[in-house]
Design a protein around this ligand. Structure first.
Ligand code: GLY
Length: 422
């Protein structure tokens, strides 16, 4: 009897101690998560507070820095204009301080005339990262009409024979002999979120159907058997046939441009969220597997700007002069996009999601370290260092980029569960 009582007391104490240890470990982890998020948003408040003092023209949008570290601005037609208001919305979403909401509204509304922009496919980036966040957070009715008109402008570039929205107008490929007349880039997957939104608020399924068809066509023609991706697919607009599978911002036509792969992972995850169609989930997962399992991914999980730079079997069609640099630059923007995407993807995968979640957290750890996160007062008031805009064009190599910051902040909000956003 005594022995039984002793055993029982032992068991109870063990369970009690184990529970206390678990609660402690969990709260410690939670505190650590919150500390990381808090620390980065503190840096964001400092950096962007200074950015707001510098960026005073509402038609000049901060995008990157020049070689002297000075802020470089772009005008309203540039594809990146929506990210600066988006950054401000994310800071507001974190701290709920009116100052940031005011700034976010001011910068968002400066983009209003873009709702009629039909010059390229980037309406999703420009308008959904700005007005989309604005509507999600404030529920301001007047933003709806602007988002719907933006969706209309975007679908004006859709051709049902191709089954895709045309990304760019005609342009030459790097080989100097191929004129792309219907180029579609993997990045375009990101613009589809605006179309799903437009269908939800109008009740008109036309936008959504175009988005689904675009995603299906992209899945067929942009994604290789190993789930790496082509950057550009050029179509015959009369027949819908694929004419070329090439690159514009990657190393070689058959290489995997890191940010292109990132857009694909994020884009297909989002299309799965909107459709529940398992084909898109599988594509997102396999594209993530390619990225995460690449033998050429550095241990800090921040990819080189292309997975195949200098590798045998990959020949650039452009004048590759790496001799100016004695290293292959990383692309923190790709890492930020992937981290944000993996937080969402992991939530659809049950127990299997853990490895995607852990990878997203490790990436955030690297991006938040002094190796990538700027010291306040430096980096042209952007957050992340070490991104690449377009290596082949010789532009924005190893610099801050406004969209790297945007997806970094989004990933942190997803990590902290602060953001209702999927
Ligand atoms: N959409 C252009 C880029 O990712 O550089």
């Amino acid at each position: 009897m005594r022995k039984k009582g002793f055993l029982f007391t032992g068991l109870v104490s063990f369970v009690l101690l184990a529970t206390i240890a678990m609660v402690f470990a969990f709260s410690h982890k939670l505190r650590k998560n919150n500390d990381l998020v808090k620390d980065v948003f503190q840096v964001a408040e400092q950096q962007y507070g200074n950015m707001l003092l510098n960026a005073t023209s509402l038609n000049q949008y901060p995008r990157t820095t020049n070689q002297k570290g000075q802020i470089q601005y772009v005008s309203i037609g540039d594809w990146t204009g929506g990210f600066w208001p988006g950054d401000l919305w994310y800071v507001y979403e974190y701290n709920k301080e009116k100052k940031w909401e005011d700034a976010a509204i001011k910068w968002t509304e400066s983009l209003e005339s873009n709702q009629y922009n039909t010059a390229h496919h980037d309406l999703g980036f420009m308008m959904y990262c700005s007005y989309g966040n604005a509507y999600r957070i404030t529920k301001e009715e007047k933003y709806k009409a602007i988002l719907i008109q933006s969706a209309k402008s975007l679908v004006s570039r859709y051709n049902p024979r191709v089954g895709c929205i045309k990304s760019w107008n005609s342009r030459m490929s790097w080989d100097g002999k191929t004129l792309w007349t219907y180029p579609v880039i993997i990045d375009n997957m990101m613009n589809l979120e605006l179309l799903f939104f437009a269908s939800k608020i109008t009740g008109d399924s036309a936008y959504r159907n175009i988005a689904i068809r675009h995603a299906e066509t992209t899945m067929k023609n942009h994604i290789r058997n190993d789930y790496s991706s082509y950057h550009v697919v050029n179509y015959d607009s009369a027949t819908g046939n694929v004419l070329n599978q090439q690159t514009c911002q990657g190393f070689a036509d058959n290489s995997t441009w890191a940010r292109g792969q990132a857009w694909g992972i994020y884009g297909f995850t989002m299309v799965y969220r909107e459709t529940g169609d398992k084909r898109f989930l599988l594509t997102a997962k396999k594209m993530a597997d390619f990225y995460m399992n690449s033998s050429n991914l550095p241990s800090d999980k921040i990819p080189y700007w292309d997975f195949n730079v200098n590798q045998k079997g990959f020949t650039p069609q452009w004048n590759y002069q790496n001799n100016k640099l004695d290293y292959i630059p990383r692309d923190a923007s790709a890492a930020a996009i992937v981290s944000s995407a993996l937080f969402e993807l992991s939530s659809y995968l049950g127990a299997e999601g853990k490895k995607y979640y852990d990878f997203a957290v490790e990436t955030l750890g690297s991006l938040s370290s002094p190796a990538y996160l700027a010291k306040p007062g430096t980096n042209g008031h952007f957050l992340l260092k070490h991104s690449v805009g377009s290596f082949p064009h010789g532009t924005e190599i190893d610099v801050p980029l406004v969209y790297a910051d945007y997806y970094f902040l989004e990933a942190l909000l997803r990590y902290s569960n602060k953001k209702v956003l999927k």
